[in-house]
Design a protein around this ligand. Structure first.
Ligand code: ADP
Ligand code: GLC
Length: 492
């Protein structure tokens, strides 16, 4: 099959979160199954660090009565392993951030991704990319299935294309005032509650859901949650109406990038056999790096993530204050950036508790690796979590995840219970509510096992490290769905 994946980010070229990890790793896994795969994304400033060549092909798009020109570059890097087409338009994409700067969204985001959406459609014919499956991701590509069925379908290059639309996070919908319809170039008749309109606004995620042939999200449990309230964030009805073509496929991980035996961000490497000593070395290195007292006998709890309401860092901050006030001997290492109010709360927390808390407010892939490797536990008090990748990375490094029972965290973390202890399947601790009671219970439970039941702790580490969480299985599931939507595609 010929598969073209369109995404607004892909690691390592450009990344703000897990979407990039997925779109950077899934293409390679699909190619390894024998398919022809290419990726298309915007040529952001961060992509310019990587080698690429001009294609010499120019595209022209009409946006609100103006002709906008761009070009395509082609880039081939081993980390991604398939050809990447970069849509170049410096005024739109050569900026400090991908979607925002200083936590403020760019005012022209709708226009930028309308342009990108047309650029993806045009790439098929201008660059002669054979496509059976167009795999789209999140709101930034939501317009594409509409463009395909409304404008492009009748041209021969497009007749056979089936679209799969993956929702990575339904909280971000690409919602714009009705007047933004003019940017899309589509007739106003599509601005209705069954298609592109939602509460009087243009909704690009809804557009993608309505016009695509198949829809997936990044875990089966999240697929269930988003067809209800509040999980669907207002789109539950439209998702229910498309239930017959909605599936959940759990993300895999890039086993090369997140590998404790070879990780270039670590000074000490380890595997299943050497992990006890290896992790202690990583822990000491992390403590040193973060200016915490270097001690092997204290539990270290790590957190890494975007600082948004979703991730529940506010609950962790509250818990840390309580634990420190109670004199509990625990070290905390936090890495994140985002909401400026939360950023300040984290800085304050660290300033008041330098013996127990270290905080880094920035984006650092290297430090993310070091925290996941050097911590004993990894805390995810997410209010919702479509899949979550950092708990999967934690498994590989023998770090026990302590998570709220939501979304993909339910599908991926096997909670410690008397049964899972007995059958040896437990991989982490899950708590039922994203509130102070829940997080306190979860962390206490984990600390208790860590301190008092070292054999059980080791067993959980082993089970996590032995899990097969590579992309292969998930990629096979995507291929099954691609085949299914191709067969059901009405125009074929
Ligand atoms: P989400 O996509 O909602 O942000 P995921 O768990 O799927 O959540 O993926 C988050 C990804 O972003 C992980 O690879 C994580 O390591 C990375 N990440 C998040 N914040 C930071 C940060 N401040 N520095 C480095 N990596 C980060
Ligand atoms: C989203 C979700 C996260 C998921 C990631 C990759 O950003 O918040 O849970 O792992 O996409 O699919």
């Amino acid at each position: 099959m010929n598969i073209l994946l369109a995404s607004s980010e892909a690691a390592p070229l450009a990344k703000t979160g897990g979407l990039a990890d997925v779109c950077g790793a899934l293409p390679k896994a699909l190619a390894q199954l024998g398919h022809e795969v290419a990726l298309i994304m915007p040529a952001y400033r961060s992509t310019k660090k990587y080698p690429s060549e001009p294609t010499g092909v120019e595209l022209r798009v009409w946006i609100a009565g103006r002709e906008v020109r761009g070009t395509y570059r082609k880039c081939q890097i081993p980390e991604i392993g398939v050809p990447v087409y970069l849509v170049e338009h410096d005024m739109y994409f050569d900026r400090d951030g991908l979607y925002n700067n200083n936590n403020e969204d760019y005012a022209d985001n709708c226009e930028r991704f309308v342009f990108f959406s047309y650029a993806v459609m045009e790439a098929v014919r201008l660059l002669n990319i054979p496509v059976d499956i167009l795999h789209l991701n999140d709101w930034q590509t939501g317009l594409i299935p509409a463009l395909l069925s409304i404008y492009y379908r009748d041209y021969p290059e497009y007749q056979k294309i089936a679209t799969l639309y993956t929702i990575h996070n339904i909280a971000y919908q690409g919602v714009y005032p009705a007047s933004a319809m003019a940017l899309t170039g589509l007739h106003w008749k599509y601005f209705n509650w069954l298609q592109m309109e939602c509460y009087d606004h243009l909704n690009l995620l809804k557009t993608g859901i309505v016009f695509s042939d198949g829809i997936t999200t990044v875990s089966p449990n999240y697929a269930r949650e988003i067809t209800g309230n509040p999980g669907g964030c207002g789109l539950e009805d439209v998702l229910r109406s498309r239930r017959d073509v909605l599936w959940g496929i759990t993300n895999g991980i890039d086993m090369d990038e997140w590998n404790p035996e070879t990780d270039p961000h670590l000074d000490t490497h380890f595997n299943l056999e050497t992990r006890t000593e290896g992790k202690l070395e990583c822990k000491l290195a992390l403590q040193k790096q973060m200016d915490l007292p270097q001690r092997t006998d204290v539990p270290v709890i790590g957190l890494v993530g975007r600082l948004t309401e979703q991730k529940g860092f506010d609950l962790a901050v509250e818990l840390i204050y309580q634990k420190v006030a109670a004199g509990e001997d625990v070290q905390w290492v936090l890495l994140g950036s985002g909401d400026p109010i939360l950023e300040n709360r984290l800085r304050e927390l660290a300033a008041h508790n330098p013996q127990n808390v270290a905080v880094s407010i920035r984006y650092s892939n290297e430090l993310a690796h070091q925290i996941i490797a050097g911590s004993d536990m990894f805390l995810m008090p997410s209010r919702f979590e479509p899949c979550g990748l950092t708990q999967l990375y934690s498994f590989r490094y023998g770090t026990i995840p302590v998570v709220h029972s939501t979304g993909g965290l339910v599908d991926t973390v096997t909670d410690l219970t008397p049964e899972t202890e007995k059958d040896g399947t437990a991989t982490g601790i899950r708590f039922s509510h994203a509130d102070m009671e829940g997080i306190t219970w979860g962390v206490n439970q984990a600390l208790d096992v860590y301190r008092n039941r070292p054999e059980l702790w080791k067993k959980m580490q082993d089970t996590g490290m032995n899990l097969d969480i590579s992309w292969r299985q998930s990629a096979e599931k995507y291929v099954e769905l691609y085949e299914k939507i191709r067969r059901h595609q009405p125009r074929q």
